[in-house]
Design a protein around this ligand. Structure first.
Ligand SMILES: [Zn+2]
Ligand SMILES: [Zn+2]
Length: 344
C-alpha cells in the first residue's frame, strides 16, 4: 500500500432513471476479501425495478449489478491466497451468520440479508471487493458470460429444490422469462418431465429448446390437459396476480405451488382450492452455495447453450442503453449482458 488511489469506471444509479458511468476510487481487498476484476455482468429484472424507482430495498446512489464473473486480482489478509488469478463468479448475498435462518443453514432467508447491487455495492464497475467465501471457481472451458449466468440459474436450481419433485416426476412452469427458463433448465437437467405455460411465442420456443416437452397458452392449460393433471409442482415465475391465480387453478390436487415470481404487493389467491386440494404453497428466494455449485455444474454441461439466452451485449460505457433495451416493449430481449472488462 503506497497510498496511491487507483481509479476505475463505475456505473452509478443516482436516482430513478439516472444511471451514469463515473470515475471512482477502486476498492481494495479488505481482510477476508478478494478483489475481482469484473468481466461480465448481466442486467436482471430486479435491476430494472431499481432503475425505475420501484425496488423497495434500494437507497440511491447505488452501483447495481449482481450477476457477475471475473478474475481475482488481489487477495486480502486471511483470505485463501490460491484464489489469486482464479476465474470466478460470485454469490452476491451477504448474510449475518447469527440469525435463526443463518444458523439453520438457510442463509438465503437471513433476517438481515443484503445483496450486492441492492443494499451493498454491486458489480457494474471495473473492480469489486467481495468476501472470499462468496466466490465460486469457473470450471475449465466455462467462459465469463456463462459464469455470469450462474446467478440466475442458481435461482432456478433453488426453486426446483424447494418443490421436492424428483424424477420421474412432472412439473409445470408458468411464465418462461429468464427465471422460468432457469427453472425449466434445472428441471430438465434433473430428469423431470417439464411442461410450461407461456403466451409469448419467442419465449415458448426458448423453453422448448431447453427441453420442455410442451408449452401451452394459458387458455390451453386451463382446459386442463390430462398432462397438467399429473404435475407434482407448479412454479409461478411471473409475479402477477393473474399468473398466481393461474398457478393455484392449474395445480393438481396434492401438488406443491412454488412462488418464484416477485410480486409488487399483496395478491389474492383462491384459498378454497388450496384447502380443498391440499396444495402446499412454498416461496423461494435466491439460492445457497450448493445451488451455485449445481448451477455451475449444469453450465459446464452446456445446459443453456442451445437457448441463446444472452440476446444483447453492451459495453459498460453504454450501460444505460442496455437497461433501455431490457425495458423496451418493442425489442424482445432475454438477458442483456454488460461487457465490463476485457475477456482475457
Ligand atoms: Zn437477478
Ligand atoms: Zn442471518
Amino acid at each position: 500500500m503506497d497510498g496511491r488511489v487507483v481509479r476505475m469506471r463505475q456505473a452509478l444509479l443516482e436516482g430513478p432513471e439516472t444511471l451514469r458511468v463515473v470515475d471512482a476510487a477502486q476498492p481494495e481487498a479488505g481482510p477476508g476479501e478478494v478483489l475481482v476484476r469484473v468481466i461480465r455482468c448481466g442486467i436482471c429484472g430486479s435491476d430494472i425495478h431499481a432503475f425505475k424507482g420501484l425496488h423497495p430495498l434500494v437507497r440511491y446512489p447505488l452501483t447495481p449489478g449482481h450477476e457477475f464473473a471475473g478474475v481475482v486480482e488481489a487477495v486480502g489478509a486471511g483470505a485463501d491466497g490460491s484464489l489469486l488469478g482464479a476465474r470466478v463468479c460470485v454469490e452476491p448475498s451477504l448474510t449475518c451468520g447469527r440469525c435463526a435462518p443463518c444458523v439453520s443453514g438457510r442463509y438465503n432467508i437471513c433476517t438481515d440479508l443484503r445483496v450486492m447491487g441492492f443494499q451493498a455495492p454491486g458489480a457494474f464497475c471495473e473492480r469489486i471487493a467481495v468476501p472470499a467465501g462468496k466466490v465460486h471457481l469457473l470450471g475449465e472451458g466455462l467462459g465469463f458470460e456463462a459464469g455470469a449466468l450462474a446467478e440466475p440459474l442458481a435461482v432456478g436450481v433453488h426453486a426446483l429444490a424447494r418443490s421436492g419433485v424428483e424424477p420421474p416426476g412432472r412439473v409445470l412452469v408458468i411464465g418462461t422469462g429468464v427465471i422460468g427458463l432457469m427453472v425449466v433448465a434445472a428441471a430438465v437437467a434433473a430428469g423431470l418431465d417439464v411442461l410450461a405455460v407461456e403466451p409469448d411465442a419467442g419465449r415458448a420456443a426458448k423453453a422448448l429448446s431447453l427441453g420442455a416437452r410442451r408449452v401451452f397458452s394459458p387458455e390451453e392449460a386451463l382446459d386442463r390437459m390430462p398432462d397438467v393433471d399429473e404435475a407434482g409442482a407448479v412454479f409461478e415465475c411471473v409475479g402477477l396476480a393473474g399468473t398466481a391465480d393461474l398457478a393455484v387453478r392449474l395445480a393438481p390436487r396434492g401438488a406443491v405451488v412454488v412462488i418464484a415470481g416477485v410480486f409488487p404487493g399483496a395478491v389474492g389467491v383462491r384459498l378454497n382450492l388450496v384447502q380443498d386440494g391440499e396444495l402446499d404453497m412454498r416461496g423461494t428466494l435466491m439460492y445457497r452455495s450448493e445451488d451455485f455449485v449445481r448451477a455451475l455444474e449444469l453450465l459446464g454441461r452446456g445446459c443453456l447453450e442451445a437457448t441463446g439466452l444472452v440476446s444483447h451485449s453492451v459495453p459498460l460505457q453504454e450501460i444505460e442503453g442496455g437497461y433501455r433495451l431490457a425495458m423496451s416493449p418493442d425489442v424482445p430481449t432475454l438477458k442483456v449482458m454488460v461487457e465490463v472488462g476485457e475477456d482475457g
